[in-house]
Design a protein around this ligand. Structure first.
Ligand code: NAP
Length: 481
């Protein structure tokens, strides 16, 4: 437990030590000055006297800023407290709330801290890029357990979560959401339950989702629950990455990560970092899964298409073989579904899109078994040639909060066909409801989400069957269903 004396109300500050008897944990007492990003504006002797008092009370740790280290040592001696301290561990700290630090600067600061009598060196810096985490990991790995190094902000949050992987002395978490004492802190409950913090040690294989945003991704909850259930060793964390995807992937996979999920906007740029690509992922031109083999080679897969297509195939005796498929939408998901359908033997794929030029361009990439047309022409049944067995929506039409919208004219739905909607919030979209009314067989976007995760799990942990029903329950719970 850290007691941030400077963050207590001014009326409580003189009585901070009354908290001590109630603590069931070792305590760090900190009284951070405004000049180091804290709230204390007291004159230095008065500010540091709080820490002298803490040492007298026998607290297990005090945190003193490196810049105040010599004044603190003098005050100790003047107060007849032996320095180096005997029963209290001295954390010497340095914070940069504006910028990341270079590896050289970090090692120089640690050297100064040790010379000034630190038992534990603490360095916190602001991350400006996800790559700044590598400086943290390397500094911790070289420090033999007597260092706390972390990157602040969303881009550095992972450095707080996986700190034990690199032997950090400790990490900081907030007691609850909304009362963080530094940018990027995770609350204790999330750290322990969602990210399985206690299961992380130096030999824990790590997995994660990269992209921007990732803070609301359901993947950490789904994969951690799955690992927990089957007893797979590992932890899965969110990694916010804004740019330099290919470089980031190579770096993070040489820092203890074994596999990654990739979300928007990383699905195309990460390809550059792969040694090998799965055939269909290469054709699609986008991937969502990185697998690291035992020899360190990186292979890219796209489990989005397998997920949606396998759920649709189950509705037929013979899968998609010789089926006529209409794909509504020509974005990233549409591209994956269309290539997937052809890879599984569909006889023809018709791309229908609001912007006709994109439908035609995608159809051209797909080859001779595909054609492209405008959404308007499909809705108006122009040409009257729209006979099909499967309709797959990959537009965002109908997604919360626009639940009343349907991507196509419901009249175009044919009784008995299979209708898939990639949208899963709400679970029963307008399209799914209209399809049910007309006697179609329906497949929800939930299946795609759950199965793309299950397929990733299978690629990373071939020795386990993915616990699909648990994964589905986690998603349903998070969707409030
Ligand atoms: P994207 O690349 O941005 O493509 C969006 C597509 O939706 C384009 O074809 C776009 O048409 C069309 N569109 C958007 N607004 C429209 C409107 N008002 N009317 C008609 N068409 C419209 O996005 P994406 O990555 O393919 O994702 C598309 C959807 O699939 C999202 O809702 C996403 O949540 C969902 N998805 C679900 C899963 C899953 O696991 N269930 C996985 C991936 C994606 P234009 O070309 O004319 O703009």
């Amino acid at each position: 437990m850290e007691i941030r004396v400077d963050l207590l109300d001014s009326s409580e500050q003189p009585q901070w030590h009354r908290l001590l008897p109630d603590l069931s944990l070792p305590a760090i007492v900190t009284n951070r000055p405004a000049w180091e990003g804290g709230a204390s504006t007291d004159p230095e002797p008065q500010r540091l006297s709080v820490l002298i008092e803490a040492v007298r009370q026998g607290v297990s740790h005090v945190d003193v800023e490196l810049k105040a280290a010599s004044e603190f040592a003098e005050l100790c001696r003047a107060s007849s407290i032996p320095f180096p301290l005997q029963n209290t561990k001295l954390i010497l700290s340095h914070h940069d709330f504006e910028n990341p630090l270079s590896a050289d600067r970090v090692s120089d600061l640690m050297e100064q801290m040790r010379r000034a009598g630190a038992n534990i060196c603490k360095i916190a810096m602001m991350a400006k890029s996800a790559l700044d985490n590598m400086v943290v990991f390397d500094a911790l790995a070289g420090a033999n357990g007597d260092a706390i190094v972390l990157a602040m902000g969303d881009l550095g949050q992972v450095s707080r979560i996986i700190a034990p992987k690199f032997g950090a002395y400790l990490t900081f978490a907030s007691v609850a959401q909304g009362v963080e004492s530094a940018p990027g802190q995770v609350d204790i409950a999330t750290l322990l339950k969602m990210y399985r913090f206690r299961s992380i040690s130096r030999d824990t294989p790590l997995y994660g989702v990269i992209g921007d945003p990732v803070s609301h991704s359901m993947s950490p909850a789904v994969h951690n629950a799955a690992m927990d259930l089957v007893g797979a060793k590992g932890a899965y964390v969110p990694l916010r990455v804004k740019d330099d995807f290919a470089l980031f992937v190579r770096e993070i996979l040489s820092h203890g990560f074994e596999g990654l999920s990739v979300t928007i906007p990383g699905k195309v740029p990460v390809i550059e970092a792969m040694d090998e690509m799965d055939d269909v992922a290469r054709q699609i031109g986008a991937m969502n899964t990185v697998v690291k083999s035992t020899d360190g080679r990186l292979k890219g897969y796209n489990t989005d298409w397998v997920a949606a297509i396998s759920a649709v195939e189950e509705k037929f005796d013979n899968g998609l073989k010789d089926k006529r498929v209409v794909c509504v939408g020509a974005g990233g998901a549409g591209r994956a579904l269309a290539f997937g359908a052809l890879a599984r033997g569909a006889s023809h794929v018709t791309i229908i899109n609001r912007s006709e030029n994109k439908a035609i361009a995608l159809a051209k990439d797909l080859g001779e078994r595909a054609s492209g047309s405008s959404l308007q022409a499909f809705n108006d049944n122009l040409g009257g040639h729209y006979e099909y067995d499967v309709l797959m929506n990959s537009t965002s039409v109908g997604m919360h909060p626009n639940e009343d919208n349907c991507p196509i004219e419901p009249e175009r739905l044919i009784e008995g066909i299979v209708v898939f909607d990639a949208v899963y919030n709400p679970l029963r979209t307008k399209l799914i409801q209209e399809a049910e009314k007309r006697g179609c067989v329906t497949v929800s976007g939930l299946e795609m989400f759950v199965r793309q995760a299950a397929e990733q799990f299978r690629l990373w942990f071939p020795e386990f069957d993915p616990p699909v029903s648990t994964m589905r329950e986690v998603v349903l719970k998070r969707l409030g269903a």
